[in-house]
Write a protein of this length. Structure first.
Length: 248
């Protein structure tokens, strides 16, 4: 498939940056003998524990690039839909959901940037608040996006790529949300049972790597955008069919 735009690079940069950042933090912790940080509760270090020390510049930079590229991805998608280079909204609800998803991404992005800057070692309370803001923003953005794509797939029921995209996003979001609930549960349990912190720590790393997959789903969407001054191929087919029907 020939790609007619450069917007698809945004989710690739976001996913690659996030994956490399988390991978480097994990490798650093493992390669240095799994040290027990001052902020660490259990035997498994949290991402924020590793990112609060000498690896903080990497964590902050990775958070900034990932957040900005994720926000830019959703904004680009809305603009491409508006110009018919991607399949446009057929209902007001679809467009509103798109804007809500962008709003969620901005909230989540700001939360991620701020939690990386206000580290858990020096600003424990603020760090936890921004962690909640990040998770809330990403979850809301994911829900709005999945519902939007569900409605779009019904509007363009003959375009199977749209259905694949929404199903994939839905599955990834459902799994990540379920893991996030388990993470919160084990984190609360850790106050009474130390092993709870270890389980929460493992889940946090898994969720972080899983977020990479969600980012990559937008690469699949944006690579289908039509060339500048052109329309999406499915719109052309629909218009051609409508013209044929009107001539009968």
């Amino acid at each position: 498939m020939k790609i007619h735009n450069h917007y698809y690079k945004l989710p690739l940069v976001a996913a690659a940056t996030w994956f490399v950042t988390i991978l480097v933090l994990l490798i650093v912790w493992l390669s240095t003998g799994r040290p027990h940080y001052d902020t660490q509760e259990g035997n498994v270090a949290f991402i924020s524990d590793v990112g609060a020390g000498r690896m903080k510049p990497l964590f902050v930079l990775g958070a900034i690039i990932t957040s900005l590229c994720f926000i830019a991805t959703l904004v680009s998608e809305r603009l491409l839909q508006h110009s018919n280079r991607l399949l446009p909204a057929q209902r007001k609800a679809e467009a509103r959901l798109s804007y809500c998803a962008i709003g969620g991404s901005i909230l989540g992005g700001l939360g991620l940037i701020l939690l990386s800057g206000f580290d858990t070692m020096r600003y424990t309370t603020l760090h936890r608040i921004f962690l909640f803001v990040f998770m809330l923003g990403i979850v809301l953005s994911g829900i709005f996006t999945v519902v939007e794509y569900r409605l779009l797939s019904r509007s363009y029921d003959s375009y199977h790529k749209m259905r694949k995209s929404y199903v994939t996003k839905g599955i990834i979001c459902a799994v990540l949300v379920a893991l996030a609930v388990l993470f919160t549960t084990f984190l609360s349990l850790g106050r009474r049972v130390p092993a709870g912190y270890d389980a929460a720590g493992v889940l946090e790393w898994v969720i972080a790597f899983g977020f990479t997959l969600y980012l990559l789903t937008f690469w699949y969407d944006l690579r289908q955008a039509a060339d500048k001054e052109d329309e999406h191929e499915q719109l052309k087919r629909i218009k051609a069919l409508n013209n044929e029907s009107s001539q009968i």
